[in-house]
Write a protein that binds this ligand. Structure first.
Ligand code: XUL
Length: 553
């Protein structure tokens, strides 16, 4: 069947994340037709499931965290089968597939011979699954994932080899991080040279899924590739200095070619046509990392800041994530503890638009804890408490780093100050309730400013996601502190959706701003009289944060 004859044109988005695979099918009007998910600890993954969390923590070294590649493969088959069992649509109507994967994880291929047979035009036995067909394809079964933190020494070597963390940041957009793929590859190359030697191709989780769907090796995309400490993000090509230190012949193993995440790469492999009834003309668009993919779905243009205030993420900690656009010409001189990635909204001829990713470790878990400490059963009760206080909290400021924070790096503890900047032991319930919400929102504005994002010139609005819009006070404080309207996105699976939307955009040849903006509802308007008060408060917040860092040294 040719694509032109397809009556209902559908698009499939897939997100292979840390603990599960999620699928969404949308039509050209961007309406959701079906959704499906399967957890990596689910027993319906008959052979390859991992208890209790869907990833494996090494018994001898808890910093080593992996997921067997066969879990990913079986989960993909089971998710597609369950989607098909729903009988909500005809697979032959899917004209495009794209998606995303958890960032930084790596897959080690020994050979692509079996991969090629997914593409081959044969009437293969229906019972042969992806796991059966690819059982001898990998040189290493366990894929290191982003939760792995075992590569501190390798990170030091990478920074040293390019003349320090500042230089590495200027080249790759990030200082060296244990979870980033470069140091993970270096560990494989140094600790298990025989495995490294046998490895023909190293992929990220994202282009691994693209490869399975295509039946051939797919290139790494520039946005997810920016999470490796190996890519020169401004030149949009590999950095030889970084490649050389991480492994011999690494460019060949990664493939020289890099693509923009909005690139059509070919038709779906025959395996999927025969097994699930996909249209043989269905196009595969490059997958990317989960964060860039969510950003793509939620930021309709570079003047939108996306803030994920996840309330229920189990293993992403429960961190708050902030994503925004930044021009490469305005890249901060000083290295950040955040990350700069190639922006998926940029078109492929424009390599000046970058994406900033900031991760605040102390997010919703701390908000929940403070709510309990103030004796409020829910956000509504906390609202009643908050109504006894006024914006800027009569000068009280709190820093709530219950867990070792990332921004600022490695600080732990609670720090409370009064209007005279003096340390106080504790805060009274209503003041504490306001202090946690104001403190978290001020930190977000401060770190965006430190990354050279000019809020007056370059930001029009904030889109929030992750279910936090139920917390009306948090949303209002965010609007007042930023002086921008806050919208709540109606998109629980924004990573998978970002994939489906990229497929729509590439296949219909329209830019994302005209077709693919997700439905957003206004959640709060800024009140200018309070924004002025918060401008002042931010200056004090900045000084007090510096003091906490100094005192901690
Ligand atoms: C980002 C990161 C995580 C993973 C989780 O740097 O490590 O958000 O992408 O899926």
């Amino acid at each position: 069947m040719s694509n032109e004859n397809v009556a209902q044109r559908l698009y499939l988005g897939i997100d292979l994340s840390t603990q599960q695979i999620k699928c969404i099918v949308i039509d050209e009007q961007l309406q959701t037709i079906a959704e499906e998910a399967i957890s990596f600890n689910d027993k319906s993954l008959l052979v390859h499931h991992v208890q209790p969390n869907g990833f494996v923590v090494d018994k001898n070294d808890k910093r080593c965290i992996t997921t067997p590649v066969f879990v990913f493969l079986e989960a993909l088959d089971v998710a597609l089968q369950k989607l098909s069992d729903q009988k909500k649509f005809d697979f032959s109507n899917i004209v495009g597939i794209s998606g995303c994967g958890q960032q930084h994880g790596s897959v080690y291929w020994k050979t692509n011979t079996e991969l090629g047979s997914l593409k081959a035009d044969t009437n293969r036995e229906q019972s042969l699954s992806l796991v059966n067909m690819l059982k001898s394809s990998f040189s290493r079964i366990d894929c290191p994932i982003w939760m792995d933190s075992s590569t501190t020494n390798e990170c030091q070597s990478i920074e040293k080899s390019v003349g320090g963390s500042q230089n590495l940041f200027q080249i790759t957009g990030s200082k060296a991080y244990e979870r980033f793929t470069g140091s993970q590859i270096m560990k494989v190359a140094n600790k298990t040279p025989e495995i490294y030697e046998q490895t023909e191709r190293i992929q990220l989780i994202s282009n691994f899924v693209t490869s399975i769907l295509l039946g051939e090796y797919a290139p790494i995309d520039l946005s997810d590739g920016s999470g490796m400490n190996l890519l020169d993000i401004r030149q949009c090509k590999w950095s030889n200095a970084c490649l050389d230190i991480c492994g011999k012949d690494l460019e060949r193993k990664l493939s020289e070619k890099l693509v923009h995440p909005r690139t059509a790469l070919g038709n779906v492999a025959n395996y999927f046509v025969e097994r699930y009834g996909f249209n043989s003309q269905c196009q595969i668009v490059s997958f990317t990392g989960d964060n860039p993919s969510s950003y793509y779905a939620l930021a309709s243009d570079p003047k939108t800041i996306v803030i994920s205030l996840a309330e229920l993420k189990i293993c992403l900690g429960t961190s708050d994530t902030v994503m925004g656009a930044i021009s490469a010409n305005e890249m901060p001189k000083q290295a950040l503890d955040g990350h700069l990635l190639v922006n998926p909204l940029a078109n492929d001829r424009d390599n000046t638009l970058l994406m900033l990713l900031l991760c605040f470790k102390n997010g919703s878990l701390v908000r929940e804890r403070v709510r309990e400490e103030t004796g409020s059963k829910d956000w509504h009760e906390m609202s009643v408490l908050l109504s006894q206080t006024t914006p800027s909290n009569q000068g009280f400021i709190g820093f709530f780093y219950d867990d070792h924070e990332i921004l600022p790096q490695n600080i732990q503890g609670r720090f409370y100050f009064n209007a005279d900047n003096q340390t106080v032991e504790n805060l009274e319930a209503a003041t504490k309730a306001r202090a946690v919400l104001e403190g978290q929102c001020l930190a977000k504005r401060l770190y965006l400013q430190r990354a050279n994002i000019d809020l007056t010139k370059n930001v029009d609005r904030i889109v929030i996601t992750g279910g936090a819009s139920v917390n009306v006070d948090l949303v209002q404080i965010l609007a007042d502190i930023f002086g921008k309207p806050v919208y709540a996105a109606v998109a629980p699976n924004s990573g998978a959706l970002g994939g489906a939307l990229r497929a729509v955009d590439v296949i219909t040849e329209k830019s994302n701003s005209t077709t693919s903006s997700v439905e957003c509802l206004i959640a709060a308007q800024p009140r200018s009289q309070y924004t002025a008060v918060y401008d002042e408060m931010l200056l004090r917040y900045t000084k007090l944060e510096e003091k906490i860092i100094q005192d901690g040294k």
